[in-house]
Design a protein around this ligand. Structure first.
Ligand code: IPE
Ligand code: IPE
Ligand code: MG
Length: 247
């Protein structure tokens, strides 16, 4: 049965840890990269569905800092997939702007150029922003933010007593978007794996066993329905929140 969603309460920002590609492929007697290839089709399906639903930001964990420790042939296959799957047509058809976060300087030059090109070509699209986290980890990101703050204090641009939470948020590579409302992790693992540790402070978490290549539009709608059934209290009481919502 199709999930009934409250169109007024669609999460503005959905973050996804796309996990389970390797296991999906192994179960089929194939190489892990076959699963990554299949995962690209899921990215297309889920991106389209998010634009249809009115999601504004979709942040996809594609390659973590720790993933650099994988076998070199798997890394090469993943980099190859990034190159071939960034087709302007998909972004233009859905009016989606493309952005990337992460330690981009570590990526092969041709991948860096392709990312740059896609960001430029899609810069004016405004239905949704799709953000790919590549060579990304939250600890790397927060360390970089700490260095920026230290430099600014050192050269007198910033005073220690003026440092607030906003000072930090503004120096993270996610500074152009709101924090995720909903985090989805596919593939059955119950962990965050160094993903947006600062930004996920008050996100609703949703874990499912489905491997990423098998994750369908209906699964996304199920996650959103689950999210809509929750009360976000941000430290307040149930009663306070209900009063604010006029219930
Ligand atoms: C997630 O799938 C994609 C990346 C980390 C690049 P995995 O490759 O981690 O798949 P599993 O978890 O081994 O099944
Ligand atoms: C997390 O998946 C990173 C991405 C989905 C890109 P992993 O499969 O690398 O995470 P761990 O190692 O199981 O925690
Ligand atoms: Mg995994």
């Amino acid at each position: 049965m199709a999930e009934e969603l409250d169109i007024k309460r669609i999460p503005q920002h959905i973050a996804i840890i796309m996990d389970g590609n390797g296991r999906w492929a192994m179960e089929r007697g194939k190489e892990r990269s076959y699963g990554h290839q299949a995962g690209v089709d899921t990215v297309r399906r889920i991106t389209s569905e998010c634009t249809r639903l009115g999601v504004k930001f979709l942040t996809l964990y594609t390659f973590s800092t720790e993933n650099w420790n994988r076998p070199t042939d798997e890394i090469a296959a993943l980099m190859g997939l990034v190159l071939t799957s960034l087709e302007d047509e998909i972004f233009m058809k859905n009016n989606v702007r493309f952005q990337v976060i992460g330690d981009i300087g570590r990526l092969p030059k041709e991948v860096q150029l392709k990312l740059q090109e896609t960001m430029e070509h899609t810069a004016k699209n405004d239905a949704m922003t799709m953000v790919v986290a590549l060579s990304y980890s939250a600890r790397w990101e927060m360390t970089e933010a700490a260095k920026t703050v230290a430099r600014q204090v050192q050269n007198g641009e910033l005073k220690v007593e003026d440092i607030t939470e906003t000072t930090i948020s503004e120096r993270l590579c996610t500074n152009f978007m709101p924090d995720p409302d909903l985090l989805i992790r596919t593939g059955g693992e119950l962990r965050i794996s160094n993903y947006m540790l600062w930004q996920l402070a008050y996100s609703e978490l949703y874990f499912c066993d489905t491997y990423w290549p098998d994750f369908m539009e209906a699964d996304l709608r199920k996650a959103i329905a689950d999210y809509q059934g929750r009360q976000r209290r941000f430290g307040k009481t149930e009663e306070q929140v209900e009063t604010e919502q006029g219930k």
